[in-house]
Design a protein around this ligand. Sequence first.
Ligand code: PRP
Ligand code: URA
Length: 209
Amino acid sequence: MSNVIEMTHPLIQHKITRLRDKNTGTAEFSSLVEEIAMLMGYEALKDLPLEEIEIETPIETCKSPVIAGKKLAIVPILRAGLGMVSGVQALVPTAKIGHIGLYRDEVTHIPHEYYCKLPNPISERLIVVTDPMLATGGSAIAAVDFIKQHGGKKIKFMAIIAAPEGLKKLQEAHPDIQIYVGHIDRELNENAYICPGLGDAGDRIFGTK
Ligand code: PRP
Ligand code: URA
């Protein structure tokens, strides 16, 4: 799986275990999602281009590197992807934030779009799509389709937990994007929930159900 990067860092694995625990409450759950997103963002952004600028230190003038080009766009898939935004934004405070609203039909598991607003123009920006869960892959594929239709070219997808089935579908649909996953789980169950997974990420982040 060449365009899939699975995280191996012990801190990420430890935090994912805390997320999976059904006794982890809303406040801790949403903090963990934010922290994992920041750690994953550090990895996903390690190839950001740099350019040298001249600055004056208190001692002398020197050339020093800064991030080059248009600032990146973070695009959460609503709702659960919202929980990852602040973690990535902490790394790049000037990032623009787009939103894609998708919900999965509980019976068919097909994603339905209800909202979309992207930074304009999107074509020159690196776009980091966030969603904690990649299950059938339907939501991820629809979101990336949509971003591409709007001119997005450089796209990275970040999911905390992925099912092998959905990951394969996303790779087949969009072989040109890089996919960062915290952990690849065993399989989907008959309700298209990830096993062992962590349950419904949106409900656990926002304390609904
Ligand atoms: C969840 C999750 C993903 C989607 C993954 O969202 O956050 O967006 O399901 O499933 P898929 O890979 O099979 O498409 P959900 O539709 O439950 O909406 P929510 O974030 O508003 O809870
Ligand atoms: N969405 C979730 O929040 N969890 C799953 O296991 C599958 C889809």
